[in-house]
Design a protein around this ligand. Structure first.
Ligand code: PEP
Length: 254
C-alpha cells in the first residue's frame, strides 16, 4: 500500500500478560513479522514486562511502548513511573490519555498535555488518544469533542514536537465492543483532526503527523481502514494479544 506517511501499528496489551506470557507473544511476533519493513511495529506491554520484552526485541524490527507515564520527573508520587525510568528499557513510545484512563482515572486534557511535554523532554514519542462516546456521536458532537480534546491534549507542543507525536483516533463506542467505525467515519474523523492540526500549526506540519485508528481493529478490517488517505496506522487492543491476529493485522495493512 503506497502511503504518504509510514504506517504505525501498535498493540496496547492493557492489563494482560505475565512476563512469561509476554515473552511468548513477542517471540511469536518476532518470528511472524521479521521481514516487515513497511510498517513501524510497536508493542505496549504492562510496566512489569517492559524489561524482559525490551531484551527480547533487541535486534528486531519491533519497538517498545508504555501504556502511561507520570507528568513528573521524580519525587514523592507513589505508584507512578517517570519517563526516564521508561527510557532505561529503551521505550520509544508512550500511550497517553487512553479513554480508559480518561474514564477511570479521570485524566483531563490538561494533564495529558503535561504528560506529553514530559514525554518529549525525555525523547519519548507520545501516542495521544482522542475519541467521542456514542452519546456524543449521536448528539452530533463528534467534531466538537475531538476539537476540545486535540486542542487541550496538545497544548504547548511545538511544531517539532507535534511532528514526533502520534494521534490515535479511538471512538469510545468502538473500543473492545466489536463495533468498528466504518471506513467513511474513520476517514472523516481523521481528516477533521488533520485539518485542525493545519489550523493549530500549519499545513506542512499537519501532513507529517501520523493519525492511528483504534477500535476493534482486526485482520478482516485492517486493510480497508488502512487504505483511507488519512489513516496512518492502528492502535490495537484485544487483537494485539494473540500472535496470529496482530501479525495478520500488520501483514494485511501492507
Ligand atoms: C484500545 O483500547 O486502544 C483498543 C483499540 O481496543 P480494541 O482494539 O480491543 O477495541
Amino acid at each position: 500500500m503506497d502511503k504518504e506517511r509510514k504506517l504505525i501499528i501498535a498493540g496496547n496489551w492493557k492489563m494482560n500478560k505475565t512476563v512469561a506470557e509476554a515473552l511468548d507473544l513477542v517471540n511469536g511476533l518476532k518470528r511472524e513479522l521479521s521481514n516487515v519493513k513497511e510498517v513501524d511495529i510497536v508493542v505496549c506491554p504492562p510496566f512489569t514486562a517492559l524489561s524482559e520484552v525490551s531484551k527480547a526485541i533487541l535486534d528486531s524490527n519491533i519497538r517498545l511502548g508504555a501504556q502511561n507515564m507520570s507528568e513528573h520527573n521524580v519525587g514523592a508520587f507513589t505508584g507512578e513511573i517517570a519517563a526516564v525510568m521508561l527510557k532505561e528499557f529503551s521505550v520509544r513510545y508512550v500511550i497517553l490519555g487512553h479513554s480508559e484512563r480518561r474514564q477511570y482515572q479521570k485524566e483531563s486534557d490538561d494533564l495529558i498535555a503535561r504528560k506529553a511535554l514530559a514525554a518529549h523532554a525525555a525523547s519519548l514519542k507520545p501516542i495521544i488518544c482522542v475519541g467521542e462516546t456514542l452519546q456524543e456521536r449521536e448528539a452530533g458532537l463528534t467534531e466538537k469533542v475531538l476539537e476540545t480534546q486535540v486542542r487541550g491534549s496538545l497544548a504547548g507542543l511545538s511544531r517539532d514536537q507535534m511532528v514526533e507525536t502520534i494521534i490515535a483516533y479511538e471512538p469510545v463506542w468502538a473500543i473492545g465492543t466489536g463495533k468498528t467505525a466504518t471506513t467513511e467515519q474513520a476517514q472523516q474523523a481523521h481528516a477533521f483532526i488533520r485539518s485542525l492540526l493545519a489550523r493549530l500549526y500549519d499545513e506542512a506540519t499537519a501532513r507529517k503527523v501520523r493519525i492511528q485508528y483504534g477500535g476493534s481493529v482486526k485482520p478482516s478490517n485492517a486493510r480497508e481502514l488502512m487504505s483511507q488517505p488519512d489513516v496512518d496506522g492502528a492502535l490495537v487492543g484485544g487483537a494485539s494479544l494473540e500472535v496470529r491476529s496482530f501479525s495478520d493485522i500488520v501483514k494485511n495493512s501492507i
